[in-house]
Design a protein around this ligand. Structure first.
Ligand code: ADP
Ligand code: MG
Length: 591
């Protein structure tokens, strides 16, 4: 229903907007150009920043690049070629920015992008003064304000459509996961760097096209116009005011803000930026979810009888049409942990993982020291040891979080030590985290779908969704598909992590103290779950503190102390080892 309104409303709105120039009032056209321009910039900006939470203040840089592409070349290159050229230059610049900065997160990214925009402005100023010998450039074309306005409307329609398509695609889901928990996303097989850089490049290209379209409006262009910092702040304010990640957000924000600032600019030209800053702060405090996020709250306040919706409110776009679990397409019993009665484990299978002479130090602390062990297909392999003995670090090195300082890791005979987490996940090593890492605002289903997609065995979203539903049902979570993970209790969050790991159809499953923190009855459920995985022939590395669980679940185990292996063998024998007993003395809580 909502989507029907949307499909009709937008073309209607744009068609009405396209009539504005016929009113024969230059003021309206000028205002329309501003609104359309900022609506596009805010949409493009929000397409990247909304899901990923990377707040960029470099919009002015890309816009300016577009404007200057026209300013410098319009006499030599046909106008129609200048738009793709501007897009290309901005995209290249964005790829460079992305590759250098997207490793830094949060505020640092924001500051860097702002610095970048200023740097480009200074460079352009320098270039004009010293190379071309003028302050600005003249742009003398016969392009009318109307034509600019109509061009912008077309780009606005395309941008909104593109952004909407993106939000419904696997790409959009990858962006959301990056914003929620980047590392967990990588362990689900999402190629985070590529996703971020390409999205940044595409949205920056749109910003440059806007700059190129609008440039002829100025007649005279200098760096303080083309790279005006307001161009960087306004899209952020607009997206915040309208509501991030909402389809109508940029329009809902752009229209009132542009009109307001037009008035302010006319009446208080000097204190204009000050007011902009104040407004920014007010919006963040009063309307953190934007106008569109605020309206439903208001309605709810007036209609208190309405029951709380059971579905995810805003972000989960993909989980909405939940199809019931389809029968497994290719019933595949065995190591993938998805279905069917499974063969009895074969602990004497081939070597799946081999670790040789592994070392990882953090500054002066040698967390893992010359560690070697090998894991056979189908076995449950325990890693035990006191707190701080290096167990989690072993798991982090295997799954690609850290590169080892020394040593080899062979998975199915191939070295994986230098690979990134997402590549290792795609090869078939899945993990859970010692401290649960779920994305609070994403639904259970949206947690599991990506791993099925990016793990590479589901070709379409539908296939991935079916697979995800099936796994969640098998773990007893069939009734929670549309519930945001933040609302789950602890054991269900742990189950969800396990579901996410299993969706990769891993050949090797790494569980880091998965049973820790469960109460006794949950513990029983948890152990049965691991046993059932083992019954299907899943190979598991189990980091565990509970001796009772180690005895019951593990075929073999190693004991670590200060990063070194001090014992190896079957659990009973190992736990009787005098050295092991000595290490565990004083940790007798659960032995
Ligand atoms: P365990 O999982 O056995 O409790 P860890 O592998 O978490 O042990 O930690 C082993 C040692 O390495 C500890 O001394 C810990 O403080 C240190 N360590 C682990 N990760 C880091 C890190 N990212 N930076 C610095 N020190 C770390
Ligand atoms: Mg640990």
């Amino acid at each position: 229903m909502a989507s029907l309104v949307r499909t009709i409303a937008l073309p209607l709105l744009l068609a009405l907007a396209a009539l504005v120039p016929f009113a024969n009032n230059d003021f309206y056209v000028a205002l329309g150009v501003s609104i359309a321009m900022y609506a596009i910039l805010a949409t493009a900006w929000g397409t990247f920043a909304g899901p990923t939470k990377y707040i960029s203040l470099a919009t002015a840089a890309f816009f300016g690049v577009g404007a200057y592409t026209v300013g410098l070349f319009y006499e030599k290159v046909p106008m129609l070629l200048l738009y793709p050229l501007a897009a290309l230059i901005a995209a290249v610049l964005a790829v460079f920015v992305g590759l250098t900065t997207l490793r830094i997160q949060g505020m640092y990214f924001t500051i860097f992008t702002f610095g970048l925009a200023e740097l480009i402005r200074q460079l352009m100023t320098w270039y004009q003064r010293n190379v071309s010998g003028s302050v600005g450039v003249y742009i003398l074309t016969d392009i009318s304000a109307r034509r600019i306005y109509w061009s912008l409307l077309v780009v606005l329609a395309l941008t909104l459509f593109g952004s909407w398509l993106l939000s419904r695609s696997r790409w959009g889901l990858a962006l959301l996961m990056i914003g929620e928990d980047e590392l967990a996303a990588r362990h689900s097989g999402v190629r985070t760097t590529a996703v971020k850089v390409i999205t940044l490049a595409a949205t920056s290209a749109v910003m440059a096209v806007v700059g190129a379209i609008v440039a002829p409006r100025w007649t005279y262009l200098d760096p303080s116009i083309a790279f005006n910092p307001t161009l960087s702040f306004m899209p952020a304010v607009i997206a915040l005011l309208g509501g991030m990640q909402r389809f109508w957000g940029p329009l809902a924000g752009a229209i009132p803000l542009v009109i307001l600032f037009d008035q302010l600019n006319a009446r208080f030209p000097t204190s204009y930026t000050l007011i902009l800053g104040l407004l920014f702060m007010v919006i963040v405090f009063v309307l953190p979810d934007g106008i569109l996020g605020f309206l439903p709250k208001l309605q709810r306040r007036h209609a208190p009888a309405a029951p709380a919706p059971a579905t995810a409110p805003s972000t989960g776009t993909l989980s909405a049409p939940v199809t019931p679990a389809a029968p497994a397409r290719h019933a595949s019993p065995g190591v993938d942990g998805t279905s069917g009665p499974a063969p009895v484990p074969t602990p004497n299978g081939a070597t799946l993982l081999e670790v040789r002479g592994l070392r990882k130090a953090f500054g002066g602390i040698v967390a893992v020291d010359d560690l070697s062990f090998s894991i056979r297909e189908g076995e449950v392999f325990g890693i035990i040891g006191p707190n701080g003995s290096g167990k989690t670090t072993v798991l982090n090195v295997i799954s690609g979080v850290y590169e080892p300082d020394r040593g080899e890791i062979l998975f199915l005979g191939r070295p994986i030590a230098a690979k990134a987490p997402e590549e290792i996940a795609r090869l078939g090593i899945a993990r859970t985290f010692q401290l649960v890492r779920v994305y609070p605002s994403l639904t259970c289903l949206d947690h599991v779908i990506p791993a099925a997609l990016f793990g590479g065995h589901a070709r379409t979203l539908t296939e991935a969704r079916d697979h995800a539903v099936q796994i969640l049902e098998e773990l007893g979570m069939g009734g929670m598909l549309a519930i945001p993970a933040g609302q789950l209790n602890f054991i269900d969050q742990k189950r969800l992590e396990l579901a996410r790991a299993l969706a990769l159809r891993p050949k090797l499953l790494l569980l880091d103290e998965w049973l820790a923190g469960l109460n006794p009855s949950e513990m029983v459920i948890g152990m049965e779950l691991i046993e059932s995985l083992r019954g299907r022939g899943m190979t598991i590395v189990l980091i565990e503190h509970l001796m009772q669980a180690v005895r019951r679940l593990c075929d073999r185990c190693i004991v670590m102390s200060f990063g070194q292996k001090i014992a190896e063998g079957e659990p009973e024998a190992v736990l009787r080892d005098p050295e092991v007993v000595r290490v565990y003395l004083g940790e007798a809580d659960d032995a």
